[in-house]
Design a protein around this ligand. Sequence first.
Ligand code: PMP
Length: 448
Amino acid sequence: MSHVFHRNLRATLPKAVSASGIHIVDQHGKQYIDACGGAAVSCLGHNHPSVLAAMQEQMHKLDYAHTSFFTTDVAEELAELMVANGPQNMRKVYMVSSGSEAIEAALKMARQYFLERGEFKRTQFIARRQSYHGNTLGALAVGGNAWRREPFQPLLMDATHIAPCYAYRNQREDESAHGYGQRLVAELESEIVRLGPDTVIAVCMEPVVGATLGAVAAVEGYFQGVRRVCDKYGVLLIADEIMCGMGRTGTLYALEQEGVEADLITVAKGLGGGYQAIGAVLVSEKVANVFSSGSGQFMHGHTYIGHPVACAAALEVQKVLMREELVTHCAEMGPYLRDSLHQAFDANPFVGDIRGRGLFQAIELVQSREDKKPFDPRFKLNARIRDAAMDLGLMVYAMGGTIDGRLGDHILLAPPFTVSPAQVQEIVDKLQQAVQLATSSIPLSTAA
Ligand code: PMP
């Protein structure tokens, strides 16, 4: 009997015993192709020799030093590199140990930014429905995933939610993509006005929505409109790039492709590439200046922030990305993955949409393409596909639809940036088989 409190206490999981490149091997020697990088984490694949060497060297030099007492070369170098490679307005990096911690830090930093400025009434956050920002209570509060949030009410702080930018389901037939985006921007503005503009701290959004929608980018002009409205009311923009950032969409930051700068950017997953638990908040000059000319102290902190070994791993991951030009490779392989998905699924009536950016691509499953009706979530089609894929030796990130039909099951692919064309083909072939197996097992007469 296992004494690990697993995510699912009834599931029997294989044991991962080793990993190399794009593969993970279980206790029976079975090999799985990691087509989702875990949860879009493993951007370099597994067992990269130079990252392992950098971690080892750091461990021998300095294992740990608490950030109340010391800074370290490795933290300084990582921050310097992230600022140099980041959006132009970014000046500082606050390091944490996970995505949720990055969001918590960003929310508190945004709140304290206004306290420093004497704007005490600003207490509210706006985020979007069908979003995910992490599992700690503050992150859950801004997250817009009802299934995750509801059991924990009323512990959650105040946050309000507006519509996601999800053209496949919500763009009306009589409006252009641009018009749809601007309708949503108008909704954001109405929400700020409804709450009272001087009470709103920040808007928190994923530039490309990962876990809850499956690689959904906004329509053109949407984020420019969001930025415009935030500026009009003095509201901060927090870009949650925990899943979509660090090169995953073909540029180091996903928001770069929208031509917009955020005030705070949260990153994690691809920052350490899975080699260590590390996340960070990139802090703009605008926000950093208010802290440095104000109290000079962010009222926050954790024991492991700026951990030297985690910083060494993240620093080397960033250097490998640069040395091997992997973000460019990711941008080039994205269309290849997308085309392969089209070849495999264009004739499949159950695949309603294929979308994404870079090596962040997803398919959404529907009962019929005409009305985009999702399968009944009780059949857990996504889990059936994931299980069928695991049997075939393929790891994919599978998420569920909603009972009200606002979202279908979807399968997200986020392979390491090092993936080869032959491996892309293998991934898509296996996914095609898994979808075939899973959809043929569903009794359509009982679907939603
Ligand atoms: N934000 C986004 C966009 C995420 O995808 C995730 C993780 N899936 C998180 C926050 C939370 O990150 P973590 O699991 O590292 O706490």
